[in-house]
Design a protein around this ligand. Sequence first.
Ligand SMILES: [Zn+2]
Length: 835
Amino acid sequence: MIVVMPSLTRAEATARAAAVEVREYEVDLDLTGEGETFGARTTVRFAARPGASTFLEFEPVSVGSVTLNGAPVPAGAMDGERLHLSGLAESNELVVDAVMRYSNTGEGLHRYVDPADGSTYLYQHMFINNAGRILPSFDQPDMKASFKISVTAPAGWLVAANGPLVAGKDGRWEFAPTKPISTYLCSLIAGPYHAVTDEHDGIPLALYARAALAEPLEAEAPEIFQVTKQCLDRFHEIFKIRYPFGHYQQAFAPEFNFGAMEYPGLVVFRDEFIYRSAVTESEREHRANVIAHEMAHMWFGDLVTMAWWDDLWLNESFAEYLGTRIAAEATRFPGTWTTFAMQRKAWGLRADQHPSTHPVAPAEVTDTDQALLNFDGISYAKGAAVLKQLVAWVGDDAFLAGVNAHFEAHAYGNATLADLLGALSAASGRDLTAWADVWLRRAQVNTLRTEVTRQDGAYTSVAVLQTAPEQFLTLRPHKVGIGLYDRTAEGAVVLRKRVEVEIQAAERTEITELAGEPVADLLLLNDGDLTYAKIRLDEESTAAVPALLPLLDDSLARAVLWASTLDAVVDGERPVAELVTLVLAALPVESEVVVVEDVLRATRSLVDRYSTPETRPAALELVAQAADRLLAVSEPGGSRQLAAARGLIGATVDVNRLRGWLEGRDVPEGLAIDADLRWLIVYRLAVLGAAGTAMIDAEFERDRSATGEQWAARSRAARPDAEAKAAAWEAIIGDATLSNRLVEMTASGFWQAEQLDLVRPYVARYFAEMPGMMRLRSGMSAEKTATYAYPNVMVEPATRSLAAELLATGDLDPILRRVVEDADDDLRRALAARF
Ligand SMILES: [Zn+2]
């Protein structure tokens, strides 16, 4: 199947919105047929300038009939993936009967067959330009309409949509029309989903997951409902408009591309969030954060929607900021800002230093392809960090007053960044034009560095130096915290003094508040993590980090230090060997699970790419030792124990120990070798050449689940065997029947730092064959496949030369171009740090 997605340009969208006003869609789907297609009968009612022409996005397999105002529309009206209409009346009714195709890429109407029981599950995902794969529509965010959905489905299925069910009998499901929403927010799930229901504050609640996950769904439902209720209450405290979409359903669907999607009244999550094996507290915290994130979108995104995709960042930045904040304020997970400082900001910083970096708020997003590419660490994490900085800048009361005024002015409509800044300026009395210009309209990140002079045990001066990368000269105003930490006689490290100061948009800001203060053992810049910047400490504080980091009580302060340390290694300012030594000393006493997980993950990745083939085994052994020491001191059955065990499994080369755990020998007390941990072990054994196809097949026989199928694919691709690599590569490059998730898992198992000689021939093949793959897959699935399949462990000049050759090609797919440019830039850094 060749997929060529049309990209809607901004100019086309503006012209269409001026000519047409859509009122409602009535969609009637027939999902009872066998095979690859389904039936869709759609009625679109819309007003238009009399005599005007327009078009709708529409990608049918075949069309039964198309009538406009009762008259047949000529066959020539279909042009590629658009249905053209001319001679419009003031009030119009378009009726289309068509056969449509299911997808396996997570876009359109995704169809999934569960290996556990053979059941079929569907979910609809029309974001960002996929509405035409289900119904003819004006697919742009500012053409909001009411959707009235009806479905004929096989017996035994459950169907849910945005609106409440008004009639359901004998496989026929009819839903109430929605409030006005954008096309990309229209939602549907269908299949023998298992349901759990509840109610809170007059709002009906429901959870759905595959029947094979019924048991874990029942087990997880109390916590998911509790978090949902706590977040609803908190949003009702800070927002003046009550939750606007009736019921609040949350579905967990297979092979979902995103973490979750904010369809009003029916949020859809990836079903990995329904845990069937032990997970850590940080994974539960992440789920709570995602629940809060999607709920924030109900107001910011769904009730008030961006007018065009150039403000997509505003949706995501707001939801990321509010999700992190509300989860911390309302649920049993107060540490979300530590996770944000550690994980999410690192994602934003990386994206912001790539060649593809762009402003948080781009001035111009010309089409939907461009919009999808901007859906990255900058739109989410940097945007949220900048909003956190904005709240520090204007104060929380003014921030919330401005946001509430914004909702009231634009409810059920669309708005722009200028509208929001206007509301915030009015509420705070501060003109935000200059602030918005440097923080939102300019790309790249500043580095803040402390410089101190001292005499007789006291600071004579403390200054913050600010720099920008050479080609980006923007300096910014920052509100930051600076903490002075001392080591006590008892061996603790405590905060003596903390100041919050405004750093000017200048190369040097004197911190007069700290002149004359006794010298601290650690002067921590960006204490409290208020601003978004690369942080470097003064020389003495940097030297003190290995000794003081393990003793610091404040997890957010530790996260700021770890993040800055990891970042300095990524930049090649400090050797990876030094990081590994720090990990060995500090990680075994780390109490914050997310820090343990993230440091192990980041260090493992840096060891693979920043050490040479000669130094790597010893470095990896030290990472394994750090995890092993942590494992030895962790409380049995706790999150740290699980995080340490996973870290150890990923780094060790001790095949006998891993096999022993599988067979129940010498397993640490309290550690459950459950289905997911077994797969982690089998995968590692596969990488090390100690698990063949027979063992992988046997494990899949034992765990014939969706997750089992994915891990089996990943494990097969990871084996150090020429035939296994050839089969995996063929699947990645040429098998369109493979679903999005299975191809991602195959690609993520392919490249292994342990197998450089075996996989080296595939470096050239990546650059030769990936343009073809991009024509086979679409949108997000294509982007993820190209990213996971990138030879990023081949840190060699030859890899860079091949990347340069491909990038010199004129008509390279824009998604592939960005993937290669950014991955090559990561390789450039790694190569520079090695030699
Ligand atoms: Zn979001």
